[in-house]
Ligand binder design. Structure first.
Ligand SMILES: [Zn+2]
Length: 345
């Protein structure tokens, strides 16, 4: 168990430093494929670019499916301003306040890469009187390219065009006190926990209770992640995705957060009781919580009409979709609960 937790903790910064925005996850998919080959885990890729790892169980008549998503938030070029500024629109739930000041890379369709910073259109405090009071939106903040550009034509000559992807720097930092702060912990922390579990079963040769699928989706942030390739004999679907922290929430950064209900409705009551029971029995620190503004790939999967019980648990992530942070305690608890769940009848 210790090694599985170490594996998850070690792979997380590497995942965070690998680019992958919904709709453009080739690099993160290739990274995961390489890691799976390293630990000799068989896998297949979906047409959409997701990764599925299947493990045989003691009972192979039924499939248990665990899902996490490797796609993250980002931006896409909408237009170029007359002064050479590049305007972006959000991919997924990006708020202007959470990216103002961020360093970015714009990637063109011909794979050219340009650096820049998201700043206000008139960003100098010594010039703009209303800078501190203006509500931000994607019309008054834009990308200032680190190139000698004066107008839209200059930008076009660089090869930057409408539809190009814009990556926000993740700014990964691992602290001595056991935190990882970075963008995109949603849901790369969940992916790391699943990789910890995969590593555990490959390394120890322990056999899951049922055939188990690990489904790493690449379109959760845009609502259509784990909705294809679902095995019809799947009886339980568990999303391992971030716990939502904040005012009025019970979740924290040191426990695994078990979700009773999110915006899509309550999760399966019996499965929730089973998972809480596993946490209790194995002394895994946990919190049960309700997420007020949240959807997951577990609910997305159910909308396909599949007849399965569904649940959601994962590491508690502070300041979600913004300057996120998680503690190792929470990732450890998530990895352990994932493994205990896969072993449970
Ligand atoms: Zn998520």
């Amino acid at each position: 168990m210790k090694k599985a937790k170490e594996y998850a903790w070690k792979i997380l910064p590497e995942l965070l430093n690998t680019e992958g925005i919904s709709g453009n996850c080739g690099k993160v998919a290739a990274f995961m494929a390489k890691k799976l080959k390293d630990i000799k885990a068989g896998f297949e890729m979906t047409q959409k670019g997701g990764v599925i790892i299947k493990l045989k169980g003691k009972n192979n008549k039924k499939v248990r499916l665990l899902t996490a998503h490797a796609d993250t938030l980002g931006g896409m070029v909408k237009k170029t301003g007359g002064d050479g500024r590049v305007f972006i629109v959000p991919v997924g739930g990006v708020y202007p306040y959470s990216v103002e000041g961020e360093y970015v890379t714009i990637e063109t369709v011909k794979d050219l890469r340009y650096r820049g910073t998201v700043v206000h259109n008139n960003p100098s405090a010594h010039v703009n009187k209303t800078l501190s009071t203006e509500e931000r939106n994607f019309d008054n903040i834009s990308v200032r390219l680190d190139e000698k550009v004066k107008n839209a034509d200059d930008v076009k000559k660089l090869g930057i065009d409408v539809g190009d992807y814009c990556y926000f720097d993740p700014r990964v930092e691992v602290t001595k006190s056991g935190f990882i702060k970075s963008r995109h912990l949603d849901d790369k922390a969940g992916v790391a926990a699943l990789f910890g579990a995969i590593d555990y079963f490959i390394r120890t040769k322990e056999v899951p209770a049922y055939e188990t699928w690990f489904y790493i989706s690449v379109a959760e942030e845009v609502g259509n992640g784990t909705i294809s390739k679902l095995p019809q004999n799947c009886f339980e679907i568990v999303a391992v995705d971030m716990g939502a922290l904040g005012s009025g929430q019970t979740s924290d950064e040191y426990t695994v957060s078990i979700c009773a209900k999110d915006s899509s409705g309550p999760f399966d009551y019996e499965l929730r009781k089973k998972i809480v029971g596993l946490a209790e029995k194995n002394k895994i620190p946990y919190k049960v919580d309700i997420y007020p503004m949240y959807g997951s790939d577990a609910a997305a999967a159910l909308r396909t009409g599949i007849d399965a019980r569904h649940m959601l648990f994962g590491p508690g992530v502070d300041a979600s979709h913004s300057f996120e942070r998680v503690h190792r305690d929470s990732l450890d608890a998530t990895t352990e609960l994932t493994i205990k769940y896969i072993l449970a009848e």
